[in-house]
Design a protein around this ligand. Structure first.
Ligand code: ADP
Ligand code: MG
Length: 385
């Protein structure tokens, strides 16, 4: 993978792919969390200090190949300008005359955000012609969008064939940190895996199991394992069709909840009970891990030199079901182990309790991090060779 020191960017027009797929408040349309924008600041600053013109390429939401007004980057320009501390120019398309004129008008050290690349269906198809059109706007290509590196799309993969290319500082840091974690973690390693669906994390769990001391499961995905152990899970979120496959994973290393927080409804003021996993009733919904499980997991983390965490332990978005996630977050933050965190919701849970500064490394990748950890080659990283 090439890095910024491998290419000449001074006074060049740099096409910089970033991950600006930020969460937006449904009601106000305001950017709810600017951390993805903040993460690109080092690269953008570096390029501007070298007098480059910075042309930003990014996607936003899932517009399915057509223009969706709500997903125009115009809407988040104020937030981007604020974070970058400079005026951010905007073009209403990411290719063609409109884009070219905006690039031509850009001063040295200026920043331009081109329109949502996913307004073109050719983006997701990695269409060679579209990749070429994008590439024609700049002199060099830099990719800082680690969170999108698992997609073989035109602005991530195809474009790099046409220009001198390199990873940005964020991409470089992600790859270095995660490579260390995959190839040479300081043992013992403890992994905490939670979240909603075990199907999305099955490969990760399988590839981690031989490498870890313990793998602690929580969240809805633990329900499928409880089911595989013949426990009743009531009306909980579960992937029944995977219970058979999950049975093969059961071992002393794989720790599952011994008690859980249940309610009859998923709402903030629902009446909750803590029950052993053998006592879940037919109309119960499992929504968090219980206190005995928290204690067991905390004990399991003792002595760990590396802790990897992906996926919340419960529906932490509601106070009533947040204790498991928050207790573990505190433990991980206070642990002397090297701690790595990833996953959209996991990161937001830790931000919510203000513990992000006490985590050794927080990945900006959700799906991309999972695929990297599984040992897959990501198209967006391969393209930077
Ligand atoms: P991440 O984005 O951190 O990888 P996921 O996307 O896999 O995590 O899952 C996060 C979601 O899982 C959260 O929104 C949370 O509410 C949900 N979740 C966690 N535990 C449960 C549960 N027991 N039942 C239903 N949903 C759950
Ligand atoms: Mg998620």
């Amino acid at each position: 993978m090439k890095t910024l020191s491998d290419i000449d960017i001074a006074n060049k027009i740099v096409l910089l792919r970033v991950d600006f797929n930020v969460p937006v408040d449904d009601e106000t349309g305001q950017v709810a969390d600017t951390s993805r924008i903040e993460a690109t600041l080092p690269t953008i600053t570096y390029l501007r200090e070298h007098n480059a013109k910075v042309v930003l390429l990014a996607h936003f939401g899932r517009p399915k190949g057509e223009v969706v007004e709500k997903l125009r980057f115009k809407n988040i320009i104020p937030a981007v300008s604020k974070v970058l501390g400079t005026e951010v120019h905007y073009a209403e398309d990411c290719v063609g005359e409109v884009a070219q004129q905006a690039v031509d008008a850009l001063p040295d050290g200026g920043v331009l955000l081109l329109e949502n690349v996913r307004f073109h269906k050719a983006e997701k198809e990695n269409d060679p012609e579209f990749a070429k059109q994008l590439a024609s706007l700049g002199d060099v290509y830099v990719n800082d969008a680690f969170g999108a590196a698992h997609r073989a799309h035109a602005s991530i993969a195809g474009i790099a064939e046409h220009l001198p290319h390199a990873a940005g500082l964020l991409m470089q840091n992600e790859v270095e940190e995660l490579t260390k974690l995959v190839e040479n973690p300081e043992k013992p390693v403890v992994a905490i895996i939670g979240g909603s669906k075990i199907s999305t994390k099955m490969n990760l769990i399988t590839s981690l199991l031989p490498k870890v001391e313990y793998l602690l499961l929580g969240g809805a995905l633990a329900n499928t394992v409880l089911m595989a152990q013949n426990h009743k899970v009531g009306k909980s979120l579960v992937e029944e069709e995977l219970a058979g496959t999950v049975k093969d994973l059961l071992s002393n290393k794989l720790r599952v909840p011994v008690d859980v927080v249940v309610a009859k409804e998923i709402k903030e003021d629902a009446e909750t009970r803590v029950v052993g996993v053998g006592a879940v009733e037919d109309d119960d919904i499992i929504l968090d891990i219980g206190p005995d499980t928290v204690k067991m997991y905390v004990d399991s983390m003792e002595g760990a030199n590396t802790i990897l965490w992906n996926g919340p332990m419960g529906v932490f978005e509601m106070e009533a079901f947040a204790m498991g996630t928050y207790h573990l977050a505190k433990e991980v933050a206070n642990s002397s182990a090297y701690s790595v965190l990833g996953g959209g919701e996991t990161v937001s849970a830790v931000n919510k309790v203000g513990l992000e500064d006490k985590i050794s490394f927080i990945s900006t990748g959700g799906g991309a991090m999972l695929e990297f950890m599984e040992g897959n080659e990501l198209p967006g990283i391969k393209a930077l060779d």
